[in-house]
Design a protein around this ligand. Sequence first.
Ligand code: ATP
Length: 373
Amino acid sequence: FSPWTDPDAIPFIRFENVTKRFGDFVAVDNLSLDIYEREFFSLLGPSGCGKTTLMRMLAGFEEPTSGRILLQGQDLSGVPPYKRPTNMMFQSYALFPHMTVEKNIAFGLEQDNLPRGEIEARVQEMLKLVKLDQFAKRKPNQLSGGQRQRVALARSLAKRPKVLLLDEPLGALDRKLREETQFELMDIQTKLGLTFLIVTHDQEEAMTVSDRIAVMDKGILVQVATPAEIYEAPNSRYVADFIGDINILEARVESKESHAAGDLVRIDSDGVKIAVEQHCEANSGDNVAFAIRPEKIRISTSQPEGTASNALHGEVWDIGYLGDFSVFIVRLDDGRMFRAAQANVSRLVDRPITFGDMVWLSWSADAGLVLTR
Ligand code: ATP
């Protein structure tokens, strides 16, 4: 499922140079973005970066200051929220406390004056979908947080929106329930064939559920890509640092050789020599950053072969044991800190590396990244 790779695919939702100002403050800055039908799409970024504002403009609760939003080619300007084929599920769930679960789900359908039989059929369908058949007669305060979240989801889906907008939908759940619910959401989205747009500041959540992710910073769209691309090929220090764990060294390009398969870039970071194989826009003399994920680094107590580049030496400063792998914080000989992660499969066999050990960190030339911005 990757319609965005098809140049002829028609976007389902299109943000076209959308800007939103509140007074002098620019909450969303000239943002253009296409989302495709049946995508599970995440807006990701720190608090205040404009995610919710963008979603609220799609729902019709805010109008763009400039630019347009199109849904299936139709300009949504001036279309009120209740006439849009979108439905928004809020973080607070906003359930009616005095109504039973089934009444909560039926409420929007009654407002739309659907026939009684149709309402009942849809409520039953939704109860089954979110696995709450047993709880139809309960009131929200007789439910757990996770069950309340599912009522809110059922209520949002009952109106059969084409696009479901989810604003931090799992924010109130504990970690384990959150993870379970993420898979339920994905399952429901696939079953119904709907387009889901979710706002989150939780990187792991976005990585787990999304077909694609848009990373935002201060109202600007920084990168739009699949979770794997965002993780493996972040386009900037900002994205690299925001998603997952990464080592970043400021550096300067010493040389670049272009080959058919890509470029071989040699960079220097305060005397540390690094070689990177990657298609690279930077040229000799440019200031760049070198970035590498901890799990791409080999850690060993003996000196690896060919240490002219991509090898660092230092002392194990701290170790975090995380079950499936351990993170080693190494204080390099020049005082900088670097992180390496190692799977724990052979932990009981190998002599484990421990605090105070002098170690070598090394990696292959295709494991790291040169970031130009
Ligand atoms: P969070 O994760 O905290 O919800 P967000 O990325 O969703 O953050 P928004 O809610 O879109 O951020 O807000 C973006 C910026 O716009 C914030 O600085 C916020 O204070 C500002 N803002 C949002 N709505 C209004 C408003 N109605 N009037 C003035 N400023 C607003």
